[in-house]
Design a protein around this ligand. Structure first.
Ligand SMILES: *Cc1c(COP(=O)(O)O)cnc(C)c1O
Length: 567
């Protein structure tokens, strides 16, 4: 049994994230951000990096999704039992919320790698008998409730997280904020390192900004201004007290409202976006800060299906902990790549059959689209001109969808409805399956079991995107708008295909559908049906070029050399 003491011997990086996707059984994630956090932790464990994760327990998860016949999403709490995976530690930390003292406990989960590496993760929990009923629910729902609920969660995560690490005896050398949800940790550090007034000649100098800055690393994930967490100051004043004076919060968090991104930007020595394009977009949004780029990656072992794991183990031993070995993908015979792919495809087809009753055909080009159902991802772009889609694809394609809409995202819910309704209307002509309750297990089955991974975000909203990297690990070809990571991974007709204009040409949403149809008809379908050799070559390139680079081992090595060891 691993004990906490094991992790207290050397200074660690504290990695803070509102959501962490460790496995389907621990439903404390909602999408890409959380899965990335999970991949970060898995790679850190494999690479034996000195890191500790901090997140919320969210005992009722994000939500469990059902979809009724009309396409209406039905949500229910996704309850899980932390006792099955982790143990609660006896120590307590305290924060003050609305003037009440709130007790925080931490559950210890240990991510263990077969390399022997171990990463502890603290899941913070306020559902304790000592707390008032209203405070016990603070750590129940991921992204649930209103601004006040969210602010309370961020107090527990940011301030409570730092205090808990301290209470447990961790020695922290950097605080890495994965998105702005944990920025309040900065206020706690300011308070902690406050200088004595006698030591300084100017009252302002009581705040040791340099010291706090040197401790903080900030990764932003949001390419549009409206997406950043903001709180009105009357709410902040009511909720947070006794920390640092409001003028200080305003100085770094903004005059009008507390902007969590600004707070993190102002007091972090290293700031990065999650793809090169996202760095550029962020730099334009926040001139005056030096913003770097560390392009996201996915955890290779987690996102490779069983048939491909067997193939890689045989031909590319060592690949899982050294994904650079994918450079030798040419050693794998074409037929074996195709065979492994067909095995993954058949597994998906049988899952679709048991889940929806729809019997797909293993010989047809299968297109996959699964991710959070939210407007900018444009899950329905493929249906811009249904007649045209039928002319191109009837008898030749079939489509698999999955994805949850946030409970308050009505346009996202409408998207699900629209797809379900179209699938009804096209019944008998084009098979379209919408799988319910998208999660990490399902994600792996879909990304590995389709032939083409479709991605149609509105530019520049996709900061990075990661599901296409998972597809590539399974030899599945990306067919995607040139946004986020794909700008770096795309070589036309070689690693996959683009949709719409090149990144330096202004986005034109109307043209995207046009290009999608043209390329599907004239390039993708003919290659799939008439030129299997080229198709398999492209599958090899997806593995040897895309998976080779877009993995979280490379990403974490870059965080270490560029962010963690710098002052
Ligand atoms: C990888 C993953 C995502 C991210 O998908 P994108 O297409 O990059 O947005 C979301 N949800 C789950 C469950 C995932 O596994």
């Amino acid at each position: 049994m691993t004990k906490l003491e094991e992790f207290l011997k050397e200074p660690l990086i504290a990695y803070f994230s509102m959501e962490i996707g460790l496995s389907t059984d621990i439903p404390t994630y909602s999408g890409g951000l959380g899965v990335l956090a999970g991949d970060t932790i898995r790679s850190a464990a494999d690479l034996k990096l000195p890191l500790v994760g901090v997140t919320l327990l969210t005992k009722k998860g994000y939500f469990h999704q059902e979809i009724d016949e009309t396409g209406q999403q039905i949500e229910s709490p996704d309850e899980w039992n932390p006792w099955e995976y982790m143990k609660i530690l006896p120590e307590r930390a305290q924060v003050v919320i609305e003037g009440r003292e709130v007790e925080i406990a931490a559950w210890l989960y240990i991510q263990e790698s077969i390399t022997g590496g171990k990463v502890p993760i603290l899941f913070l929990d306020t559902d304790l008998e000592e707390n008032q009923p209203e405070d016990r629910g603070i750590t129940h729902f991921l992204y649930g409730g209103d601004a006040s609920y969210r602010l309370k969660q961020e107090i527990v995560l940011g301030i409570g997280g730092v205090r808990m690490l301290d209470r447990l005896g961790f020695d922290i050398k950097k605080y890495h904020m994965n998105e702005g949800h944990s920025s309040l940790l900065i206020l706690e550090l300011l308070r902690r390192y406050k200088r004595d007034i006698e030591e300084v000649w100017d009252e302002k100098l009581v705040w040791d900004l340099d010291r706090v800055r040197r401790l903080c690393v900030f990764t932003t994930h949001t390419p549009v201004e409206a997406g950043h967490d903001k709180f009105p100051y009357d709410l902040v004043e009511r909720t947070i007290s006794d920390l640092v004076p409001l003028e200080v919060i305003k100085e770094f968090g903004g005059e009008e409202h507390l902007n969590m991104t600004h707070l993190a930007l102002n007091l972090s020595h290293y700031i990065n976006g999650v793809a090169k394009k996202h760095r550029e977009v962020s730099q334009n949004m926040f001139p005056g800060y030096e913003i770097h780029a560390i392009t996201n990656g996915v955890h290779s072992y987690t996102w490779t299906s069983e048939p491909f794991k067997r193939l890689y183990d045989h031909y590319l031993p060592g690949w899982a902990n050294e994904p650079e070995i994918f450079v030798r993908v040419g050693k794998i015979p074409d037929e074996e790549i195709w065979k492994a792919h067909m095995e993954a495809k058949r597994e998906l087809i049988s899952l679709i059959q048991s889940d929806t009753g729809i019997q797909m055909d293993e010989g047809l080009l299968t297109i996959g689209f699964a991710r959070r159902a939210t407007a900018y991802k444009r899950a329905d772009l493929l249906f811009t001109d249904i007649e045209r889609l039928l002319r191109i694809g009837e008898g030749k394609i079939q489509i698999v969808y999955a994805g949850k809409a946030h409970p308050r995202d009505n346009p996202g819910k409408e998207l699900i409805k629209r797809i379900i309704q179209i699938s009804r209307e096209l019944d008998g002509r084009l098979k379209i399956a919408y799988l319910k309750n998208y999660n990490m297990d399902l994600a792996l089955k879909i990304v590995a079991g389709v032939d083409v991974w479709l991605n149609t975000p509105m530019r520049p909203y996709e900061a990075s995107g990661t599901s296409g990297m998972k597809a590539a690990h399974n030899g599945v070809l990306n067919f995607s708008v040139l946004d986020g990571w794909w700008i770096e991974g795309h070589i036309e007709g070689y690693t996959g295909w683009s949709i719409g204009p090149p990144p330096d040409v202004e986005a034109d949403p109307a043209k995207d559908a046009e290009d999608l149809y043209n390329k599907l008809e004239n390039v993708v379908l003919p290659t799939f049906y008439n030129d299997r050799h080229t198709w398999v070559r492209m599958m090899q390139n997806a593995i040897g070029k895309v998976a080779y680079y877009f993995n979280s081992h490379r990403m974490m090595r870059r965080y270490v050399t560029e962010a963690y060891i710098r002052d």
